[in-house]
Design a binder for this molecule. Structure first.
Ligand SMILES: [Zn+2]
Ligand SMILES: [Zn+2]
Length: 547
């Protein structure tokens, strides 16, 4: 297989446990997209990794008094365990410290840029803390963002997603000691991003972008793109393979592009661990790269990365789509690890089914605005919707098949006008749901609501056919009513598979269906198929404050 949906999620930084706010963003988005692509009959690979070279790793280790690499490994393992439990099925999760191919590809990437004249050696002002004797960038420095005024760390602002040059932060302070840093000249390798404005403008005209990114792209082009240092005088990261800069480290955000290549190589690799041919898959005319990341990483993905790819190899296709999300809040305010204001993914997954958590995260996903998690909201969706409406309809349907048809699905096409209407409505809902799994209209929120609507329509249809079943129990009309409900349940199993893979498989099996869950239309369950007697798909979790 070379034509692939290549789905990337910005790799998580291994400097803490995952809370629900983390899960609601790129990691779940990429997983739902990859599963949705497979539902649509496409091949997909979901690649991510561990962003170990972020400066936030050593700064956190300093706070915890741990050795940075050991701490990073511990958190990377915990993140991987949460991914496995909730079912974020990445095809590769690169740990740079254990994947030699990663550093090799990253250094080759920088070396190619330098050889091609795409990097410039420049001496320009930076910030330095005399007390800490440290060059300040990224996690090591904070100040007011020159673009939006919000409190920002070095090099990029979490609030407006704009890059900064550190020296343009207002009221800068060293995050190690709180002192005001001094200006000092540093020789670094620069990537002249400003030269790519015209090519990026052309690219934005054809890429699929979330609406927030459309605005960011226009704003970046209008105000002018800065040139970006891609080497830093620090000891954390991959050494720069350019003479004179060997004691500097490659900027972690320049590492991420070849990092995606390395992740893809690993995802395509053989069982012996040998990397696969990422370039062939990435370049295949039938492939599409779809990238997921939080809006706070916006500028890197929409501006720096495409320009780096153009500079590295102008023949490499650029990402087809870039899909972002906003922050997920807890009781209306930002999740905060330091203030203990968080619902930990591991805790919740000990008390609630993974598919239930996945459904809530999709239903209330912060797609175009911030959304908020509350326990009452969780209970309403988990117990009211899934263990309520969904279980009620499905439970009654399976009971009807068992009681009236001996456990075999009856074989009847729609007979009455109301039955034909329901079949057509189901087809339209399915089309809308499939579109919500595609890149152009990607919206797990929309998909979750359509699944609820299928359940509601199924229950309403069943209620409407009750008189037919009572008055004429042995009629073709009564049999067709149940056959149609079974077809709706079959469609629900297929269409729910990207959001709730375990539930989907259980419903699929309970309906007597076999084979992979690939969309083939709102077709009936084959007549005579034996169904399970009284399956329970969802039970109330009755959680109070997570217990
Ligand atoms: Zn800002
Ligand atoms: Zn300091």
């Amino acid at each position: 297989v070379t034509a692939l949906q290549i789905v990337t999620a910005a790799p998580p930084t291994p400097n803490g446990d995952l809370h629900l706010g983390h899960l609601a963003g790129p990691y779940s988005g990429a997983d739902v997209y990859a599963r949705g692509a497979r539902l649509r009959g496409l091949s997909a690979r979901y690649v991510t990794g561990s962003d170990v070279h972020q400066s936030y790793v050593p700064t956190k280790a300093r706070v915890l008094g741990e050795e940075p690499l050991a701490m990073a490994q511990r958190f990377a393992d915990e993140i991987a365990a949460v991914f496995a439990t909730i079912g974020f099925a990445c095809d590769s999760y690169v740990l740079p410290q254990h994947t030699p191919d990663h550093a090799r590809l990253v250094q080759e990437f920088i070396a190619v840029l330098h050889r091609g004249g795409e990097l410039e050696e420049r001496t320009e002002p930076g910030l330095y803390c005399e007390a800490c004797e440290r060059y300040l960038f990224e996690a090591h420095v904070s100040g007011d963002c020159p673009r939006c005024g919000a409190d920002s760390d070095g090099n990029s602002c979490e609030n407006c997603a704009w890059p900064n040059l550190v020296v343009d932060l207002r009221h800068p302070r060293c995050n190690g000691c709180g002192a005001t840093p001094v200006g000092r000249d540093f020789a670094r390798l620069y990537f002249p991003l400003s030269r790519y404005a015209d090519r990026l403008r052309a690219y934005y005209g054809q890429a699929v972008l979330s609406p927030q990114l459309e605005a960011l792209c226009l704003d970046l082009l209008e105000r002018g793109l800065p040139d970006i240092p891609v080497s830093h005088p620090t000891d954390w990261g991959i050494p720069v393979p350019v003479p004179g800069f060997e004691d500097q480290r490659i900027y972690v955000w320049a590492e991420m592009v070849p990092g995606y290549f390395a992740s893809l190589a690993q995802a395509l690799g053989g069982p012996d661990g040998a990397p696969g041919d990422w370039r062939a898959a990435w370049s295949d005319p039938g492939s599409q790269v779809v990238q997921f990341f939080g809006f706070d990483n916006g500028y890197f993905h929409v501006a720096l990365f495409p320009a780096l790819i153009m500079a590295y190899d102008p023949d490499l296709p650029l990402p087809h789509a870039m899909i972002t999300n906003e922050f997920y809040l807890l009781d209306g305010t930002k999740f905060s690890t330091s203030r203990g204001h968080a619902v930990w993914a591991g805790d919740l997954l000990r008390h609630a089914e993974p598919d239930t958590v996945r459904f809530v995260l999709a239903h209330d996903r912060p797609e175009h605005r911030r959304t908020t998690f509350t326990w009452s909201r969780f209970t309403a969706l988990a117990d009211g919707e899934l263990a309520g409406r969904w279980q009620d309809w499905l439970g009654a349907l399976f009971a009807r098949i068992a009681d009236r048809h001996g456990g075999s699905v009856p074989g009847r096409d729609p007979v009455t006008a109301s039955q034909r209407l329901f079949r057509d409505r189901l087809g339209r809902l399915a089309e809308d749901c499939l579109a919500a799994y595609g890149a152009q209209q990607f919206s797990p929120q929309t998909a979750a609501r359509i699944l609820c609507e299928i359940v509601r329509q199924g229950a309403e249809f069943a209620a409407g056919q009750e008189r037919m079943r009572t008055l004429r129990p042995d009629s073709p009309e009564a049999a067709a009513a149940i056959a149609l409900e079974a077809a709706a349940a079959r469609a629900l199993a297929l269409l729910a598979s990207p959001l709730m893979p375990q539930f989907a498989q259980r419903l699929w099996s309970a309906l007597g269906c076999t084979g992979p869950l690939v969309w083939d239309g709102p077709v009936p369950v084959p007549p005579g198929t034996r169904t399970a007697p009284a399956p329970v798909f969802f039970a109330p979790c009755a959680l109070q404050d997570g217990r």
